[in-house]
Design a protein around this ligand. Sequence first.
Ligand SMILES: [Zn+2]
Length: 72
Amino acid sequence: MSSMSSTPTAARTPVVVSLPSAAMWLVGTAVLAVLAYYFIGVDQGMTSVFGNNTVIHEFVHDARHFLGFPCH
Ligand SMILES: [Zn+2]
């Protein structure tokens, strides 16, 4: 014989997001992702973001390999 637990549980409230707000967050996230992708891929070593060095290239080196950019 099973008995139902009668302990009160907190009611779950759904997250209500309006369509324009959801679209704004989706577009903003996509723009940031594209900017991050460009930032990781643009620094090839000979064309550098911050002058004639490979600081950014070395900093994002593993991410470059993970994303398939040619390297060495
Ligand atoms: Zn490499």
